[in-house]
Design a binder for this molecule. Sequence first.
Ligand code: MEV
Length: 322
Amino acid sequence: MAVRSAPGKVILLGEHTVVYGRPAIAASIRPRLELTVAVGEAPGIESGDPRVRTALETAAAIYGIDPRRIGIGVESEIPIGCGLGSSAAFSVALLRSLGELAGRPLEELELLRRATEVENAFHGTSSGIDVAVASLGGVIWFERPSGGLPRASRLPVHDAFDLVVALSDERRSTAGPVGRLRERVRTHPGLYHQFFDLAANLVHAGRGALGTGDFETLGCLMDAAHGLLNSMGVSTPTLERMTTIARRAGALGAKLTGAGGGGAIVALAPETAHDVAEALRAEGFEAFVTRVGEPAEEADATEDSEIRVEEIEHAGDERAVG
Ligand code: MEV
C-alpha cells in the first residue's frame, strides 16, 4: 500500500493565456488531496466517474499494471470543480503511489509529462500548469511555448503573504470555458492575441513584484488580469461580485482563478486576510486563507526535490522539460 498527497493550487496570473504559449504564475495552497493506493489480486473499487476510470487506465498503462487490480481511497480537502487543482493533485499522487508500488518512481520531469496525460482524462488537453504546482509545490513560473515543451520552475518570493480563496456556488468544468475561448480565438485571432500579449506583460511584471515583495503592484496586476479575463468572456456576474466584495474589504487585488465560468476567486490580502474572508462569508461564500511563500512549503519536497527543482530550472533554460 502507498499513501501519497499533493496540494491544490491557485493561478495568480496567466490562466487561459498559458494555453496559448504565454507564461503564468501559480501557487500551491493549504488544502491537499491524499491517495491510498493498493495493487492486489482482488479487483479495486469501481469508480462511477468515467473520467476517473480513464485516468486510472492511463496511469496503470505507464507501469504495465492491470487497472482492475488497483484499489484507491481518496481523502481530499480540495474543493472539486472549482479550478483549485483537485484533478492535478489526484494525478500526481496517483503516479507517485503507483511508482512506489511498482518500485519504479518517475523522475520529476517525466512525472510532469505523464501526470499531464493522466490529468487530460479530466479536462481534455491542459497546459500542464496544475500538475507542475501539485508536483513541485510553492510558487511556480510555468510556460509552454506553442508546439514546445513545458518549462516549470520555483519562483523566489521576497516575503510570505496571505491569499484568500473563495468559492462561487457555480461549479463548472475546465473544458467548458477553455473550449468557448478557443472558439472566440478562432473567430477573432488578432483581437485575442493582443489580449494574450497584454496578459503576458502582467505575468512578467508580477514576477518582479513577487521578487521584491511589492504587493501593491501585484494587487494592481491581479485586478488588471481579472479585467482581461472578463474581456475574454470567462468571468460571471457572481465572480464579479466576489472580486468587488474582496476589494472593498481591503484586498490589494482580486481575480478569478482557474478556468472561470464559476469556480473560485483569489484575493491578495497580506494585511487584511481575516477581514476579506469574513466579508465574503457574510455574503454567503465559502472562503479560506492560505499562506504563500513560507519556507514550510519545502515540507512538500522530498529529500531530493531540491535537485529536481534545479534540474527543472536547468532544463528550462534549454526548453527541455517533459
Ligand atoms: C486551469 O487551471 C487553467 C487553464 O489555463 C487551463 C490550462 O492551463 O490547462 C484555464
